[in-house]
Every structure is written in C-alpha cells, then in structure tokens.
Design a binder for this molecule. Structure first.
Ligand SMILES: [Zn+2]
Length: 141
C-alpha cells in the first residue's frame, strides 16, 4: 500500500530503527515511545485490521513479540514488566491502518496506564455472561 508508513518502512523508503526482520514480520522502535524500547511488531504484508492477518502470520507475529519482550528484559532497557497492546480499529485507538502489536517495556511509576470506562467494576450476572459467551461462540463458527 503506497501511502502506508509501515509498508514504507518495510520497503526501506522510510527510516526506522529495526529490531528484527524475517520473511513474515518486522519489528522496529516506535518513534513516539511510551517508554524507551517501545517496539512495534508488524506483518510484512499490508493488513489494515486483525481480521486481515492470515493465520500463518499471526503465530509468528506473536512469537516475535514474545522474543522482543524477552530481549527487552535483558537489554539494559528499564523493563520490570511488559505490556502487549494491539489496537484494532479507530474506535480502539488504531492510528496507523497497518496491524501493529506494541511491545511496551514497563516499570513501576512510569505513569502509563489504561483508563477503564464507566462500566468497569460492575460484574454482570452469570446469565448475562453466559448469553454473551454464547453469541461469541456463534461468531467463532
Ligand atoms: Zn502497510
């Protein structure tokens, strides 16, 4: 995709600080890091949304993120924990429409967090949970 910045990085048309590259995915540092070492893992083939990522790509993508997380912990980067973050869709906060899995090194007091919405903390009834689970199971086919 010609106007996709991540495709441009993968093609070498935009600079990036590459952490890992193989036939399936590329990992590079986020230019607006939450914390130093914040890395993005992206499929090499353009896919706007998670549903567009083929199954044979999803596994290696996650495996690469696992490896990056392990490397962060031994790299000297301040890293007491790691968050994976994948925003799928604009409503979820996706800003670049090329699937990317954030690997965020975390440490106590870094100030980063997820702010829950107003319904958080309310535990639905078992009947409500079961009905939702049934709908999701139906979606799995
Ligand atoms: Zn792209």
């Amino acid at each position: 995709m010609t106007d996709c910045p991540f495709c441009a990085i993968i093609a070498g048309r935009l600079p990036a600080s590459i952490v890992h590259r193989d036939d399936v995915c590329t990992a590079f540092l986020d230019i607006r890091p939450v914390n130093p070492g914040h890395t993005l893992v992206v499929p090499n083939a353009h896919a706007a949304h998670l549903a567009d990522v083929p199954p044979e790509t999803g596994g290696p993508l996650f495996r690469t993120a696992q490896r990056v997380a392990a490397a962060l912990r031994t790299s000297g980067v301040r890293c007491e924990g790691v968050n994976f973050w994948l925003a799928d869709g604009e409503a979820a906060g996706q800003e670049v429409m090329h699937v990317h899995l954030h690997v965020v090194p975390r440490y106590r007091g870094d100030g980063f967090g997820i702010r829950p919405g107003p319904t958080y903390g309310h535990t639905p009834s078992r009947e409500t949970l079961d009905a939702l689970a049934e709908r999701i199971r139906a979606g799995l086919g």
